[in-house]
Design a protein around this ligand. Structure first.
Ligand code: SAH
Ligand code: DHB
Ligand code: MG
Length: 203
């Protein structure tokens, strides 16, 4: 169904900056980007936390769901050069004053945010797959009641469903997927389009 949509000019611009730098082309699928925008707008979320910025495409999709005059995207990125590009791409899309970028390991940044008492209405988990269970526990602790959690790549290109695959990322994402599906603190579900997306609401 991707052909039904008008091409996303921001996706094209961000992807050009990714290719220019020889970075991996692993921005979230535009079809899921639209879902992120829709969920932020429909839920009325104002404080957004993204784990894994790359070049800023998913951040742009999240910020698009904010009202014109309110809300903030906080984005966590390990690599300084990616963080700089993501900030520049968010600014070029018109969200420079609606976004902040924290550079370093997401676990360190999450610990700092927790120590500062920060709380969020919406989480997008999309960084190193080995730490998805860690990021989910942080998200639940940093969540305002009713907050939404989305996470990309829950299928790992089919590896999470293949019993022959037992690497650390696969095992971590399997545990993450199980928690989304069964944890009583959450109302969760799984979408199998693209590379898989988990969705949950924190009760
Ligand atoms: N959300 C982006 C894509 C993210 S790709 C988008 O859809 O546009 C995964 C990102 O996670 C990469 O930029 C990678 O550098 C970052 N990352 C990997 N390990 C990390 C860690 N430990 N802490 C923070 N970011 C990390
Ligand atoms: C890959 C895709 C992603 O969306 C991601 O966040 C990390 C890796 C991949 O296809 O390798
Ligand atoms: Mg991803």
């Amino acid at each position: 169904m991707d052909g039904l949509f008008e091409p996303d000019a921001e996706w094209e611009r961000v992807t050009r900056t990714i290719r220019e730098r020889g970075m991996p082309e692993i921005s979230v699928a535009p079809g899921y980007g639209r879902l992120l925008t829709m969920l932020v707008a429909a839920s009325g979320a104002r404080s957004l936390l993204e784990i894994g910025a790359l070049a800023g495409y998913s951040g742009i999709c999240l910020a698009r769901g904010l009202p014109a005059d309110d809300g903030l995207l906080t984005s966590l990125e390990l690599k300084p050069e990616y963080a700089e590009l993501a900030s520049a791409n968010l600014a070029a899309a018109g969200y420079g004053d609606r976004s902040e970028m924290l550079v370093g390991t997401a676990a360190d940044s999450l610990s700092k945010l927790e120590a500062e008492g920060r709380r969020f209405d919406f989480f997008f988990i999309d960084a190193d797959k080995e730490n998805y269970p860690v990021y989910l526990e942080f998200a639940i602790r940093l969540a305002n009641p009713g907050a939404l959690i989305a996470a990309d790549n829950t299928l790992l290109r089919g590896r999470t469903l293949n019993p022959d695959k037992q690497g650390p990322a696969v095992q971590a994402v399997r545990l993450f997927n199980q928690t989304i599906a069964t944890d009583p603190r959450l109302i969760g579900t799984h979408l199998p389009s693209y590379d898989g997306l988990a969705l949950a609401m924190v009760r």
